[in-house]
Write a protein that binds this ligand. Structure first.
Ligand code: CP
Length: 299
């Protein structure tokens, strides 16, 4: 694995191996890069969880992290993504973690002799979020086969939904979706269910943030109306099965997609997901560094 770009690139075996590595890190395993490796995180879109947890993961496995801020870089003078990454490669960076607003931005970087880790591309994919979500589900239920997952909210604009639905289906889970029908994405081939049915039947209720930054139109509902129609209200949470859990990639809009009192309730794994983000990202970086040692040595 030279790059980590999409869940579609990974077979079930590779996903399960990454989850095993991540789970070992969650239980205290230690691994350090055997030689100095420079890494840089390029976030063209805002981030708290992904950026900070990649940074913790990089430090924990001993990478030399370059402080790179898009807003204080020559990107502000018009430098392209390609020229920025090629520049970093030229000065010795071997791993770049990139979040960018353009779907599949990484295609323009094909051929560069460093490793690219996708930290989210437009409405495309968010594979490291997917891995930490899978880890959280696997820790809870032991596996995926036969599990019922209902993804609720702004499906069409969600790279998290796209990555998670694909991975969960590959691994044997049944995935449905709910939320405003105009935000349903037929290309994802998910059965649409009324929200009350989805919540009542699911082992995992996965809520999504409304991606206002990717909407052309203005919001068609007030926050209160959205919460009543499509949010996980206190009343809906009471309909959930015993043992079922609540997930959300965050940031959370409290009292919109989820009632504020449920964010840290006993079913919620929202902060567990964030904790697992470090372990999932350590596993991704370790796998890249181990498998691509030869590439780095000849580059
Ligand atoms: N879940 C997630 O990607 O959060 P950030 O946007 O804060 O990184």
């Amino acid at each position: 694995m030279q790059h980590f770009l999409t869940i579609s690139d990974l077979g079930n075996e590779e996903i399960l191996e990454l989850l095993e590595e991540a789970d070992a890190f969650s239980k205290g395993a230690v691994w350090k890069a055997p030689e100095p490796v420079f890494a840089a995180n390029l976030f063209y879109e805002p981030s708290t969880r992904t950026k900070c947890s990649f940074e913790v993961a990089e430090r924990r496995i001993g990478l030399e992290l370059l402080p790179f801020e898009v807003g204080a870089s020559s990107v502000q003078k018009g430098e392209t993504l390609y020229d920025t990454v090629k520049t970093l490669q030229s000065i010795g960076v071997k791993v770049v973690v990139i979040r960018h607003q353009e779907d599949e931005y990484y295609r323009q970087l094909a051929g560069l002799a460093l490793s690219i880790v996708n930290a989210g591309d437009g409405s495309g994919q968010h594979p490291s979020q997917c891995l930490l979500d899978l880890l959280t589900i696997k820790q809870e239920f032991g596996g995926f086969r036969g599990l019922k997952v209902c993804i609720i909210g702004d499906i069409v604009h969600s790279r998290v939904a796209r990555s998670n639905a694909e991975a969960l289906k590959k691994l044997g889970a049944t995935v449905t979706c709910s939320g405003p029908v105009e935000w349903f994405d037929p290309t994802m081939h998910l059965p649409y269910v009324p929200i009350d049915d989805g919540v009542a039947e699911a082992d995992v209720v996965m809520l999504l943030r409304i991606q206002h930054e990717r909407h052309q139109e203005t919001a068609h509902l007030t926050k209160e109306a959205y919460h009543r129609a499509y949010g996980l209200t206190v009343e809906r949470e009471r309909m959930m099965k015993p043992g079922s859990i609540i997930m959300h990639p965050a940031p959370v809009n409290r009292d919109v997609e989820i009632a504020t009192s449920l964010v840290e309730c006993s079913r919620s794994r929202i902060f567990k997901q964030m904790e697992n983000g470090v372990f999932a990202r350590m596993a991704i970086l370790k796998t890249i560094l181990q498998k691509e040692k030869a590439v780095f040595q000849t580059a």
